[in-house]
Design a protein around this ligand. Sequence first.
Ligand code: UD1
Length: 355
Amino acid sequence: MKQAQIVTVVGARPQFVKAAPLSRAIRADGRLAESIVHTGQHYDENMSDVFFQELNIPTPKHRLNLGGGGHGKMTGRMIEAVEEILVDEAPEAVVVYGDTNTTLAAAIAAAKLHIPIVHIEAGLRSFNRRMPEEINRILTDHASSLLLCPTSLAMQNLKMEGLSAKAHLVGDIMFDATLHAIETGMRTSDIVDRLGLSPGYAVATLHRSENTDDSSRLRRCVEYISKQADTRKVVLPLHPRTRQRLLDADISLSGIQLTEPLGYVDLHRLLVDADLIITDSGGLQKEAYFHRKPCITLRDETEWIETIECGWNRLWHQNDWQVPRVEISDYGMGDTAQRCVEKIADFLGNGPTEL
Ligand code: UD1
């Protein structure tokens, strides 16, 4: 059978994580042939290369260096460069993940060339249009031909926007990625010893533009995290955006143990022995649940409502977790990557696998 050619466009850290299980499933299945484009949105060794190496993601066929700059400049340069690649590659579909500037740029480039777009992690909404991610995900969903959703709430959001006909519930591909990282991390990572930790610490992350770009808000976030350090050790792998903004605003992080950004396997090994996660990352809120650890989200709303409703997550302005913790049924069984491959192959007319 002829393989259907697809191009996957990634560029930022969470996309590398999600691309890994899909690429593995594509290789195992055999109906699709994938070329990867890396826009270079994230370019530091520890924000990019380490993920490709440790997660065995195939080397990108096209590596662009388009990180940095404002949203318009970054997105515009990406549209131009991705368009050229898509014209050359002429794929049957373009796969994009999540809500970054890379996602939107690839979607616009593909849509203008009439190449169908597959959006993985479709349908999430924070209902806060001041977040660049919210604009990116809404526009990408509306430009896409196949919307693969992690939760039933995401399906409902798409229904409200008239997009149900293209939407499918497949579960959360990040769960696949987390299971793989925990298994690898327990075998190979010495991060807990390297950082001199014993079980019962908190892991914090902070990078969202709505938290970092206003110095008084950044100061409040840092004070909030520091307060947690009164009762337990707090480890904070520092995103380069945050490092720069802290320097600019002359804010110190007293009582917090800083590290460079961590690879995915080290991060998950670290979470195994943590007892609290504090974060503004979309991904980490759910990964906290995958580890069955409580999470405090440093935002005023979240796309992952079920983590709040089931008692695992709370927003930082809420005093306590709202309900006793119960399991969340939505995220699938760790087989989301294979379900995505099935949906993409069906969509491209490449039918179910022959037994
Ligand atoms: C981006 C995504 C966000 C995602 C996050 C994961 C958008 C709008 N935001 O945010 O949704 O949660 O990635 O990390 O796409 N920088 C470096 N080295 C790097 C990468 C970035 O120094 O390897 C600097 C950039 O030059 C920039 C800043 O960090 O000044 C922010 O990077 P950017 O890619 O704009 O967005 P993120 O904050 O990482």
